[in-house]
Design a protein around this ligand. Structure first.
Ligand code: ADP
Ligand code: MG
Ligand code: MG
Length: 908
């Protein structure tokens, strides 16, 4: 082989690669090489590397050395096969297959039978002793090459085939004979000539080179580019190209092609799973052109190949130590392997397979943790539709869209936001159905059980907002025709069946995990995994709990290795108890604002309206025992575990009546000359406290500093509750957290006052409360001055929701509903920064503040209490940054535990 100038090797024979060279050879090429080296029957071939592609993409031309290197490998291949590419009397044919490191939509489809020409088609026929086969192969080449390499509209070829079948009065392609196919070849060539202005290339090497270049070019197709941007796959990886000698499944009934899984991708059970199609080539088996048979039937059709395939599947599974999927072809009774890769699987199967493989001794516990993920666990925790009913006759499946936000929702169909709100206020459950949603639909979306749209994908407004709200959503169910004006939706009739009309008020059920839409009520059953976490179901009780048993074991592995502790965001004893059952190791965020709502609102109003010190003290005095009781219950539920209580955070207007409503009330009273002194004062206060940007207004520590006695009352309630628990032989571990601090001075003032109050309570009760005082880091300034702030804080808790808002300078409520869709579609975000922490921006502040804080105070406790605390990718980031704990909503706790375990198992 000629040495390239810079010694770089651009072409690897299948015998030269292996499965770990995916960066260089792409997934398909690396696995073809691996199978070759395992001694499995892979048709010989070679792979052009991603490096060659990169040169092409950078410079607009193949690397100069590539042509010779390909020639050398082609020579070797020809020597091995004993025939030359396109040789007239006995042609070597090859396939040209793209294969990047990650499989992605929009890459060039494989072209089979390269090397056939007007000349060699006769040679192929003679060699095979089968004219029909040769002409069938040739027409496939022109069709595939025409469409994917030359860019001819594929429908033109399909139409010609349909006409040929019609003319002959047959319905399937196998009923076209050699003469018909030969005629088709002529027509196909005419199509190519007409559409491209030149004839179908007859030179075999030119066919191959053009196909290779087309693969390179497809890397920068629009669909591939968009996909990469959204999935954050770098644009400079490039794709490899595989040249693989052809084997033929279309050589008669003793030939065929199939796909197989080494285990059931739905249950994880071992067995025979796959499909087979006799006398067929390539994609026929998945294209649905004829009915396939279950793989098990191959045993009857071709016992020897079947046995060999079973053997190979076992070899592959043992070798890859995982479920593999496989493409194979049988040519006249000889089995060939054309592809394998670690196969996709359902969430439940992922857990079962991981533990099965541990039991088989194929993988260890750390590897089992890598084989599952939090998204899968979350999926298993959603309630689901009763399968029996969903597939029975009492409900009707009427459509399927994109599974945009998981869960199962049932309700009456409504077609506008106003009705959704109205009906839900009167206690009805509703499903909001729109063609697509926009910011005006927000109230309706909040009111609805679930959202269904007929347009839009995973980044549409409906999908983004529903995910943000944790609400079930199916979007883009295109077969549904939504008519919001007439308040109905129709499913058009098909195949002689009548259409269906769904009117406002009809009950529909939507499955946000599968995208399925039903007319009628599908009962919702609880997730067995949640039943298990709740302690209502025990692992290993019966067969149905194979899944639960697997989850149980994997969670145990995760808990054993993880370094991050997991706490809950919980505001009351009930949530706290649930969180504890789910494995919470404390409360990372107890918000006290809910304790100020409901019937207590009036007392808060009095506090806000207080003119004199006396009035204020009375109001605070009334709130104190109520607050104290809340804390007693909470500390009891979390006995022995830390509970971080955040002092009051939200802007005061949230506790006051709505400005418009109150203004109307006062105006009406005025007109009746019926003055209500209290309402007047209230209105004044409401005006005074009304803010343009409440998110940036009078809230958090600022409240504590301008409303004398407020924080002191809260601290006293916490201290007395803790003292009471101690008196009851409990083990309260309260941590007092000051929100929205921007400078250490704020913290110092609050701290001094708090310490004074605590000392008073300790002295009065004769106890040592061991309360700690810390702060949230949720403003950029706090993060930037973390070294100073740590001087006055026992702990930091990163409030990543507010930190994200303040670092980006946008408010979540406003942006999610307005421009996030556009940003996601343009690929500016791969995912909303409120879902997964923005590592480069917000994350780097977290990292720096954590380091600075620890530098000041090495024992500073560090946690996070934003919603990111339950997001898988973010959990890995917090692990890496070295935080002590994450805190998330009770329902996300298992996900956080699992991901914390996975982060530790990755050994970083
Ligand atoms: P994809 O990535 O879409 O699966 P592949 O490169 O695997 O594309 O090829 C598409 C189809 O053609 C598959 O069914 C594959 O098994 C078949 N195929 C690819 N190369 C050959 C070959 N050399 N001989 C026979 N069939 C082939
Ligand atoms: Mg394939
Ligand atoms: Mg906050």
């Amino acid at each position: 082989m000629p040495e390239t100038q810079d010694q770089q090797k651009f072409v690897y024979d299948f015998t030269e690669g292996n499965k770990d060279l995916k960066d260089l050879l792409g997934g398909k090429g690396a696995n073809l090489a691996e199978m070759t080296n395992l001694g499995l029957p892979v048709p010989p071939g070679f792979t052009i590397t991603t490096e060659a592609c990169k040169v092409y993409l950078d410079s607009g031309a193949e690397p100069p050395a590539l042509r010779d290197e390909v020639s050398a490998h082609l020579d070797a291949l020809e020597a091995k096969m004993g025939k030359k590419l396109g040789q007239a009397d006995d042609p070597l044919l090859v396939s040209v297959r793209s294969g990047a490191k990650f499989s992605m939509p929009g890459m060039m489809d494989t072209v089979l039978n390269i090397g056939l020409s007007d000349q060699s088609v006769a040679g192929l026929a003679a060699q095979a002793g089968d004219d029909r086969f040769a002409w069938d192969s040739y027409r496939r080449l022109i069709q595939m090459f025409g469409k994917t390499v030359l860019g001819v509209d594929g429908d033109l070829f399909e139409e010609a085939i349909e006409q040929a079948k019609h003319a002959k009065g047959v319905t399937v392609d196998v009923d076209l004979d050699a003469a018909d196919l030969k005629k088709l070849v002529g027509e196909f060539k005419d199509i190519v000539a007409k559409e491209t202005g030149r004839g179908f290339p007859q030179e075999p090497r030119e066919q191959m080179d053009l196909a290779v270049r087309a693969v390179f070019d497809s890397w920068n197709g629009d669909r591939a580019k968009l996909y990469r941007r959204q999935e954050r796959i770098p644009h400079d990886l490039g794709t490899a190209v595989n040249i693989c000698s052809m084997v033929f499944g279309n050589l008669g009934p003793d030939s065929g092609t199939g796909v197989a899984f080494t285990r059931d991708p739905a249950s994880g059970h071992q067995g025979v799973y796959g499909d087979y199609l006799q006398n067929a080539q390539g994609e026929d088996v998945v294209a649905g052109i004829r009915n396939t048979v279950p793989l098990a039937d191959l045993e009857q059709i071709d016992q020897r190949s079947y046995d060999q395939l079973m053997q190979i599947m076992e070899t592959l599974e043992t070798h890859y130590k995982d479920l593999c999927d496989i493409e194979f072809t049988i040519e006249r009774g000889k089995l060939w392997m054309l592809q394998t890769r670690v196969g996709k699987r359902t969430a439940g199967a992922a857990f079962r397979i991981a533990t099965q493989l541990v039991d088989q001794g194929l993988i260890d516990e750390a590897e089992a943790l890598r084989r599952v993920n939090g998204a899968q666990l979350a999926q298993l925790m959603f309630p689901r539709f009763d399968h029996e009913v969903a597939s029975g006759d009492t409900v009707q499946k009427i459509g399927r869209g994109i599974a945009a936000s998981p869960g199962a929702a049932v309700g009456k169909a409504v077609f506008d936001s106003y009705t959704a709100v109205k009906w839900s206020r009167s206690g009805e459950k509703v499903i909001l159905i729109r063609r697509e949603t926009n910011p005006d639909d927000l109230d309706g979306m909040i009111a609805a059980e679930g959202i269904l749209t007929s347009r839009g994908g995973k980044t549409s407004h409906a999908a983004v907002v529903a995910r943000g709200m944790g609400k079930t959503c199916v979007c883009g169910a295109e077969e549904l025709e939504v008519d919001t004006k007439r308040r109905r939706m129709t499913v058009p009739g098909r195949d002689g069946k009548d259409g269906i009309v769904i009117e406002e008020g009809d009950v529909v059920s939507i499955d946000g995990s599968s995208g399925k839409v039903y007319l009628g009520e599908v009962p919702v059953v609880p997730s067995p995994v949640v039943e298990y976490f709740e302690g209502r179901m025990h692992a290993g009780a019966d067969e149905a709990d194979e899944l639960v048993g697997a989850v149980h074991r994997i969670m145990a592995y995760a808990d054993r290795v993880r370094r991050l502790r997991v706490r809950a965001n919980a505001d009351n004893a009930e949530d706290a108890a649930r969180a504890r059952r789910f494995g919470a190791q404390g409360i990372g965020l107890c918000r006290t604002e809910h304790m100020f709502l409901g019937e207590r609102r009036e007392k808060v109003e009095r506090l806000i309206l207080a003119h004199t010190e006396e009035e204020r003290d009375t109001a605070l005095g009334e709130l104190l025992p109520l607050q104290k009781n809340d804390f007693v219950e909470l500390f009891e539920a979390m006995d022995g575990l830390p509970v971080t209580v955040r002092l009051l955070d939200p802007p005061l207007h949230e506790f006051l009546p709505d400005i418009t409503e109150l203004s109307v009330r006062v105006a009406l009273a005025e007109s009746r000359k019926d003055h209500n002194e209290n309402d007047l004062r209230l209105l004044q206060a409401v005006h005074r406290l009304h803010e343009q940007n409440p998110m940036l207004g009078l809230r958090g520590v600022r409240l504590g500093l301008v409303i004398p006695g407020l924080f002191a009352m809260q601290v006293r309630a916490i201290a007395e509750a803790a003292a009471e628990r101690l008196g009851a032989k409990g083990d309260p571990r309260a941590e007092i957290m000051i929100p929205l601090v921007g400078t250490v001075q704020e913290l110092e003032i609050v701290r001094e006052e708090a310490e004074r109050v605590i000392a008073e309570v300790e002295q009065a009760r004769g106890v040592d409360l061991k309360l700690t005082l810390g702060t949230m880091i949720e403003l950029p300034r706090a993060a930037l001055t973390a070294a100073q702030i740590a001087e006055s804080a026992d702990f930091f808790s990163f409030g990543t929701n507010d930190l994200t808002q303040t670092v980006w300078g946008f408010s979540r409520d406003d942006v999610e509903a307005s421009f996030f869709t556009a940003y996601l579609e343009k690929g500016i975000f791969g995912v909303s920064p409120f879902e997964t922490i923005d590592k480069d921006g917000v994350g780097s502040l977290v990292r720096a503040a954590a380091q600075a804080g620890r530098a000041t105070r090495p024992d500073l406790k560090l946690g996070v209490c934003g919603e990111h605390g339950g997001d898988p990718e973010s959990v890995h980031f917090f692990h890496e940054v070295g935080l002590d704990y994450v805190s998330c909503s009770p329902f996300r706790i298992p996900v956080a535990r699992l991901e914390a375990g996975r982060a530790a198992a990755n050994g970083r």
